[in-house]
Design a protein around this ligand. Structure first.
Ligand SMILES: Nc1ncnc2c1ncn2[C@@H]1O[C@H](COP(=O)(O)OP(=O)(O)O)[C@@H](O)[C@H]1O
Ligand SMILES: [Mg+2]
Length: 279
């Protein structure tokens, strides 16, 4: 799988992830960049970082989301404008009820705004049908939740395999990708265990493996450390940051100031509005 082409160059660079099944054996050893000209492919150091943030991956314009509770109206998002570039690492913080989850759900196409425009990778996704949105979500977005959302009766390996089954990947390919993910997330010895038999940190690692098995370009995490103690939470954040370093756009909602401060861009929300946005 090849992601993030940078096309402002005489040759084309592609970012590849370590687990990508690329035909160069050297690539299998780690992440890197592939430079492609008419006749050659070769692995290179990444191009200058200014080229990496070339594209605005997520672009929200005047996005509003209103919930009706009886005759009460809750403006969960109040005309949000937000652009997030490909490959950014963003944290979203703010008091409970400020609209963080609603924003993440809209970015992740789990919810629809009542008004405004959402462009993902330059394409308007606001007007897509539910089926089309689900396809875009599967292709581009991974989601991680505070409460893991694993299927209780499936083992760790089966939970990770689920998106591959839905995507129609063949059984041998599924096996090799699940084994690779188990290894990569240090879960090989827990493969046959159900979520109830796993620690919180292990459950979240399974959830992250499942969220990234289809190699999304963006990973959205809603309080991913909220049910974990601080040390395990920091380990999970480091894992997410490792995925970001390999090219994934990372957006994390967190209550934890220390973890939120680690992001390269920090957004603060209050009453459905963005009140700070620092880099
Ligand atoms: N499905 C829903 N139905 C009704 N109100 C909702 C719903 N989801 C969120 N809200 C309300 O919208 C506001 C923002 O919620 P949320 O995005 O979950 O905030 P946060 O994640 O920052 O705690 C809150 O007042 C919440 O009660
Ligand atoms: Mg929330």
């Amino acid at each position: 799988m090849i992601v993030q082409p940078c096309i402002d160059l005489p040759v084309t660079y592609f970012k590849i992830n370590a687990q990508d099944n690329f035909r160069f054996s050297t690539v299998m050893a780690g992440a890197g960049w592939v430079k492609r000209s008419a006749t050659h492919h070769w692995i290179t150091p990444p191009p200058h970082s200014s080229m990496l943030n070339h594209t605005e991956m997520i672009s929200l314009t005047a996005i509003s989301r209103v919930f009706h509770m009886g005759d009460q109206e809750v403006r969960a998002l109040d005309s949000i404008d937000l652009e997030i570039g490909s490959g950014e690492y963003v944290s979203i913080m703010g008091p409970s009820g400020s609209g963080k989850s609603t924003l993440l759900n809209i970015i992740g196409l789990l919810d629809q705004p009542d008004s405004g425009r959402y462009e993902l990778d330059g394409k308007d996704v606001t007007g897509l049908s539910e089926v089309e949105q689900a396809r875009v979500r599967r292709e581009k977005i991974g989601f991680v939740f505070q409460s893991f959302h694993l299927v209780p009766r499936l083992t760790a390996a089966e939970n990770i395999e689920l998106p591959l089954i839905i995507e129609g990947v063949t059984p041998p390919e599924r096996k090799s990708r699940v084994d690779e993910a188990l290894l990569g997330f240090n879960l090989s010895d827990r493969a046959g265990h159900r979520p109830a038999e796993l620690s919180g940190g292990q459950r979240q690692r399974v959830a992250i493996a499942r969220a990234t098995i289809l190699r999304p370009t963006a990973l959205l995490a809603d309080e991913p450390t909220g049910n974990l103690d601080h040390r395990i939470g920091a380990e999970v954040m480091a894992l997410l940051e490792g995925l970001h370093e390999r090219g994934t756009t990372l957006i994390v909602v967190t209550h934890d100031r220390e973890l939120g401060a680690r992001a390269h861009r920090r957004i603060a929300m209050r009453d459905g509005e963005i009140v700070a946005d620092e880099k």
